[in-house]
Design a binder for this molecule. Structure first.
Ligand code: DON
Length: 530
């Protein structure tokens, strides 16, 4: 089964499985297909994280997160007075991190793939070359972005060929098709060297970007040991730094384990209050302690220490909301020694892949590589560009996540796999910036504590707290009037979030071995399987 943000990408992935490909083969094909049919977040100009659990239980994770260019420096988004220059880390050429996706896919395939590389890239080539029909949501988004696409590009991208896209219109992406052919035929060199690299560097120069040929040549995705935690009957397997997601998720689930959520009921005042208070404390830790562990000593072990995690709830009152001003990061025990999209895949042998990939915000920096037809990320905004200055998701950070040359920016992406009794149980993850962690957290609780189906758990309403700002974002109806009023009486400020919190993709292994997909109704997401 394959669950992705776009029906065509799901079909591409399922087809690879049908032809004898394994979950990694399908993941590679889906990554490239999404770069065509779901350009909001699907990408070759961005990055992501992949969590793998093979059918024999062996684990691995791949970090293909973007890196700061070598000419980047701590204060690159500040003016002479030390003030942040609005939007510089968010839109346009200077917002772009060195893309990691193509090297990530090449390495994933080289280590675990079964089918030939070219066969995995080819479906994306065909979709870009022959064109594909726009969904209603995609047509609307392309129309909304038109102004920015014109503003940030000196060479007209294919996305503005029509003044107004309608659902069902065919979008052809000829330049992207040629770029994908180079990747298909030359692998890594088809992107990081030769014509594609030349086009990227030329685009940087047109717009005062700073990515060089050397930056591209030096980019390498990295295999990392997953973070894992036993929470009740479940073993949680997720992404280590430079993501904050895995650790934060294990902290949230560990805290909730001490409270009888089932008895309290789903999204009642009691259970929502507990979850919000836990989120407040976990996100305070995130702001202080998390960054690229290759550059900053993230106290991973300490942060995962059960005694430490539980100690964070000191000061928690079931009666009233704690103010975020009174909550700061904890001091974990020291270590010994030194627009995003998620897809979930389980192949017929039971190998499972959980991938979250992104350009950061929808359509990234809005910059297309002229002549190469793909969008570049705006991932630099995930750094803490100034201590305490909120990024586009309102997240704050400090030294741990300050900009440095070749450093990876901190992420909230939380591609996760759950085991129960040593067997594959769930593949889950989401998009949604800072809300990714709480989205994955709630979905896991919906299934493991409240007995929801996979689809029910993904569809159910969500809420979110991230320490700062001090409010609870809530989808319409997620808390209901009674719960909302009850939380308000405890001192929580509730802010409605129209348009949804996070979009998730999950697969659940049912007791009889069948797979149940959870595709998010907030998007065009679809499950495909056989
Ligand atoms: O890595 C991160 O945490 C963000 N760049 C993810 C962006 C995202 O989920 C986009 N969706 N709103």
């Amino acid at each position: 089964m394959v669950v992705t943000a776009h029906p065509l990408a799901s079909v591409v992935g399922a087809d690879i499985l049908r032809r004898g490909g394994n979950a990694i083969d399908a993941a590679v094909a889906v990554q490239f297909a999404l770069a065509v049919v779901y350009p909001d977040a699907g990408n070759i100009g961005g990055g992501g994280f992949l969590v793998l659990r093979q059918h024999d239980g062996t684990l691995n994770t791949l970090d293909y997160r973007e890196k700061a260019p070598s000419a980047a420096h701590r204060d690159m988004y500040l003016n002479g007075q030390g003030e942040v220059i609005e939007n510089l880390s968010y839109k346009g050429h200077l917002a772009v991190g060195v893309p990691g996706t193509v090297d990530g896919m090449v390495q994933a395939h080289a280590t675990y793939g079964r089918l030939p590389w070219a066969q995995l890239v080819q479906p994306a080539v065909l979709l870009a070359d022959r064109g594909f029909p726009l969904t209603k949501k995609e047509a609307k988004k392309l129309n909304e972005q038109r102004k920015d696409f014109i503003r940030y590009n000196s060479q007209s991208p294919d996305f503005i060929l029509k003044d107004r896209w309608r659902p069902g219109d065919t979008l052809h992406l000829k330049d992207l098709a040629r770029t994908l052919e180079r990747i298909r035929d030359q692998g890594r060199a088809g992107f990081y060297e030769g014509q594609t690299a030349d086009l990227i560097v030329a685009e940087m120069k047109r717009g005062t970007g700073i990515i060089t040929k050397e930056d591209l040549a030096a980019y390498r995705a990295v295999w990392r040991k997953p973070v894992t935690g036993q929470v009740g009957d479940y073993r949680v397997i997720s992404m280590p730094p430079p993501s904050s997601g895995g650790i934060a998720l294990i902290q949230l689930l560990t805290i909730a384990q001490d409270y009888p959520l089932q008895d309290w009921g789903w999204n009642t005042v009691k259970s929502a209050h507990l979850m919000i208070e836990a989120e407040r404390r976990v996100y305070a830790d995130r702001a202080k302690h998390f960054g690229d562990a290759d550059f900053y000593e993230v106290p991973v072990k300490g942060l995962l220490d059960t005694t430490y995690i539980k100690s964070r709830m000191q000061g928690y009152s079931p009666k009233k909301a704690t103010s975020s001003k009174e909550v700061s990061a904890g001091v974990p025990p020291l270590p010994e020694g030194p627009n995003t999209t998620h897809y979930a895949i389980v192949d017929p042998e039971g190998n499972a892949v959980s991938v979250t990939t992104t350009l950061n915000s929808s359509f990234g920096s809005k910059v297309f590589v002229g002549g190469a037809g793909f969008l570049l990320n705006n991932e630099m905004d995930d750094f803490s560009i100034k201590p305490g200055y909120p990024n586009s998701y309102g997240l704050v950070g400090e030294e741990a996540n300050a900009i440095a040359p070749s450093k990876r920016m901190l992420s909230s992406m939380t591609p996760t796999i759950l085991e129960k009794d040593g067997k594959l149980f769930m593949v889950i993850g989401a998009m949604g910036g800072s809300t990714i962690i709480t989205t994955v957290y709630q979905i896991i609780q919906n299934v493991t504590r409240y007995g929801f189906t996979m689809q029910g758990a993904v569809s159910a309403g969500r809420f979110h707290h991230q320490w700062k700002p001090n409010w609870v974002l809530s989808e319409w109806g997620a808390l209901g009037f009674g719960t909302g009023a009850g939380l308000w009486l405890k001192g929580h400020k509730i802010v409605p979030k129209y348009g949804g919190i996070g979009r998730a993709a999950g697969i659940l292994v049912l007791p009889n071995g069948q797979l149940e997909g959870g595709a998010d109704p907030r998007g065009d997401d679809a499950a495909a399987g056989f």
